[in-house]
Design a protein around this ligand. Structure first.
Ligand SMILES: Cc1cc2nc3c(=O)[nH]c(=O)nc-3n(C[C@H](O)[C@H](O)[C@H](O)COP(=O)(O)OP(=O)(O)OC[C@H]3O[C@@H](n4cnc5c(N)ncnc54)[C@H](O)[C@@H]3O)c2cc1C
Length: 308
């Protein structure tokens, strides 16, 4: 029996874990990946917006965040595959057979990039699929590329690629790009960039690596193929809530709804970080929410232990 089980070791889960430890709670962190850090591994741009710390990228910030993990009093299991969570009973079963029990749970499982689920998307991972323009643009310099999406991330990546690629084709299913005006204004005079709105990518084609994409206009015309060597998909994120979605209050997209104390609609089940913050996901927000959850749990447990 643990006081607290924290699910996810990104900024929110790590912050909750350090706080729980400091507040004297018996804490176990379950992280499904082989290493801690969550989305910080995918941040290739400098981070200048976390108070008091500047980092060249997410990994550098993670070095700061993981200081003291080894000496901390909480247990941390990486590679932990959760089979099921019974939120009311606070019981967690792992694929490896362990059955775990706690008094409180903190869900800090974050978000993952949305995928198109089209042929070629998985097959060409590492063979023409671009993970990030900041990281990969030198690899794709001189190549024709395609960017899928119409939000800030898609357009910002398209602009970065347009500095080094002869053509950048942006494919967006909506009528208008959703990105902030400043990005869209920089896109328009850029001769390298062509934007197809009301269009979807239906296939990524190639032999050993990406050679072309198939684009379908939503006006019902026949799909056409476009020769490209790289494809970058930025169509948003979705919350990692499959294990609890039907047991907890969630919004239409599956994000967990919480009180100002980070508590869900089930007592002593908390959620922190991006998994419960679709409006303003940030590292600072995640670490703050993790701290809030830990402090509220400690106060509740102390009150219970004193009064009965
Ligand atoms: C390219 C990029 C750039 C960004 N730039 C900035 C920036 O400049 N400033 C800023 O403030 N924010 C930035 N962000 C956002 C920031 O990274 C997130 O807000 C932050 O990482 C959220 O932390 P989190 O702990 O809530 O979730 P995550 O970082 O998503 O971590 C969740 C963790 O939970 C684990 N997990 C998921 N499901 C399970 C499960 N079933 N069992 C066990 N573990 C599970 C995941 O493996 C992961 O380790 C950026 C994000 C990206 C992708």
């Amino acid at each position: 029996m643990h006081d607290v089980i924290i699910i996810g070791a990104g900024p929110a889960g790590l912050s909750a874990a350090f706080w729980c430890d400091e507040l004297g709670l018996d804490t176990l962190v379950l992280e499904q990946a082989g290493e801690i850090g969550g989305q910080l591994h995918r941040v290739y741009n400098p981070i200048n917006n976390y108070l008091g710390l500047k980092a060249r990228n997410g990994r550098e910030l993670l070095e700061h965040f993981s200081t003291g993990v080894d000496e901390a009093g909480f247990d941390l299991w990486t590679g932990a595959e959760i089979e099921s969570i019974d939120v009311r009973a606070k019981r967690i079963s792992l694929r490896s057979g362990e059955r775990l029990q706690s008094i409180a749970i903190v869900l800090a499982s974050g978000v993952r990039p949305r995928t198109l689920d089209i042929p070629g998307e998985r097959e060409f991972a590492g063979k023409g699929m671009i993970e990030s323009a900041t990281r990969d643009r030198d690899l794709f310099a001189g190549e024709d590329v395609c960017v899928v999406g119409g939000g800030d991330a898609a357009v910002e990546n398209a602009l970065l690629l347009a500095d080094v690629c002869p053509t950048v084709t942006v494919v967006h299913r909506g009528k208008k790009l959703r990105a902030r005006r400043e990005f869209v204004e920089r896109l328009q005079p850029n001769h390298a960039v062509t934007v197809f709105t009301e269009s979807v990518l239906t296939r990524i084609i190639g032999d050993e690596r990406v050679e072309a994409v198939e684009i379908m206009r939503r006006d019902g015309l026949k799909p056409f193929q476009l020769a490209v060597r790289g494809v970058l998909i930025r169509i948003g994120v979705e919350p990692n809530t499959e294990l609890v979605r039907d047991q907890l209050g969630v919004d239409q997209q599956g994000y967990i709804t919480v009180t100002a104390q980070q508590e869900t609609n089930v007592p002593m089940v908390f959620a922190a970080g991006d998994v419960s913050n679709p409006a303003a996901p940030t590292i600072a927000g995640a670490t703050g929410a993790g701290a809030t959850a830990a402090k509220v749990i400690a106060a509740r447990l102390n009150a219970q232990r004193i009064h009965g």
